[in-house]
Design a protein around this ligand. Structure first.
Ligand SMILES: [Zn+2]
Length: 357
């Protein structure tokens, strides 16, 4: 088994990690984070179980990281992502695992956000010989495929020079995330929620000669947790895409590095099937948000007076230790970390870290 130095991985190290996932039939959770509490919870879960992990920021998460009070929202989206990445670069190696740094959906309007982040990675590469982020995601699935692949190729050409990868999307994932995404049409046939293998072949032929890319293919997956039954998961679409590319391009089996969006609330059997078909990354957000919020809610319910009074109204005893944000934010961190451990288990990546000192 290959080994890597603990810390943020990019370039060849990222590809080594990814290949180990596919060869070993397991995948890494890509957990959306919004601040140091959620980043540290993810790193804690990874360290505790000896698992490698993907830390991911949406544009909204990045803006939140910089602070909702920062007047220029576009600046906040860029600098928040940079700040979060620097936090992870500084700490990841001390948690003793490999960490991939990624950004989430960027539609057409957010191309300048991605380009600004690539600029920061170029600066970081000049200074440290590696990019700030391992990979970005460009989601132009709502636009014509020519535009989607043309822009993907343009950005990838710039990114390969500093050892970065690009995740693209073909076919749309239902549901919304930070205002990026698509409505689920109840009762409609939802054909656009399923990626066409022919489109996947076109993407491979255009992008593979340029550099490494990963692909979020839609197979009925949906962002968020909704009542079941609206959309049917069809992971065989992933298998069909892999087979078509392998056959037409004469590659080894499972040439595509696939990403599963909308992993929250999915059945374990469907997740396992998707991983067998070459999924190495599964995005998770909704479930980890709930895992953070739920124990905080329970804590407030158990100590209601401490959230309305600084002193116990009867005994006069100070509540300082109860309302100290560290007390209740820690409950959130613990809840989130436990949910990430569950994700490692379902994806088969628990204890499989490649990191060796
Ligand atoms: Zn997504």
């Amino acid at each position: 088994m290959p080994t890597l130095k603990p810390g943020v991985v990019s370039g060849e190290d990222y590809f080594t990690l990814l290949k180990a996932c596919k060869d070993g039939d397991y995948a890494l959770p890509a957990v959306n984070v919004v601040g140091t509490n959620s980043i540290n919870a993810v790193l804690e879960a990874a360290a505790q179980t000896g698992s490698d992990v993907i830390v991911q920021l949406s544009n909204g998460g990045a803006q939140y990281y910089a602070g909702k009070g920062l007047p220029d929202k576009d600046v906040a989206k860029v600098l928040g992502a940079v700040s979060a990445a620097q936090h992870v670069h500084l700490l990841a190696e001390h948690y003793g695992v490999c960490v991939v740094l990624h950004t989430d959906h960027a539609n057409k309007a957010l191309i300048p956000w991605v380009e600004a982040l690539i600029g920061h990675s170029e600066e970081h590469h000049k200074a440290h010989g590696r990019p700030l982020f391992s990979s970005h995601m460009l989601d132009l699935s709502a636009d014509p495929i020519e535009f989607n692949l043309g822009e993907s190729a343009r950005l990838l050409e710039r990114m390969v020079k500093i050892g970065m990868s690009l995740e693209i999307e073909l076919g749309v994932t239902g549901g919304e995330e930070d205002g990026v995404g698509h409505d689920i049409e109840e009762g409609a046939d939802n054909a656009h929620l399923y990626t066409q293998p022919e489109d996947v072949l076109q993407a491979w032929q255009k992008l593979n000669p340029i550099g490494h890319f990963s692909l979020a293919a839609s197979f009925g997956n949906v962002h968020g947790v909704y009542k079941p039954g609206n959309v049917k998961l069809r992971p065989e679409i992933l298998d069909n895409s892999q087979k078509l590319v392998a056959e037409k391009c004469g590659t080894e089996a499972r040439p595509l590095d696939l990403v599963f969006h909308g992993g929250s609330g999915s059945e374990t059997s469907k997740i396992e099937e998707a991983v067998r078909y070459g999924v190495f990354k599964m995005n998770i957000d909704t479930d980890t948000q709930f895992a953070f919020a739920s124990p905080v809610g329970a804590y407030v319910n158990e100590n209601p007076t401490a959230f309305t009074h600084q002193l116990d109204p009867e005994s006069g005893k100070p509540y300082k230790k109860v309302y100290d944000p560290r007390a209740w934010l820690r409950k959130g961190e613990e809840g989130m970390a436990a949910r990430v451990v569950e994700a490692f288990e379902v994806l088969g990546s628990k204890g499989k870290s490649l990191a060796r000192n």
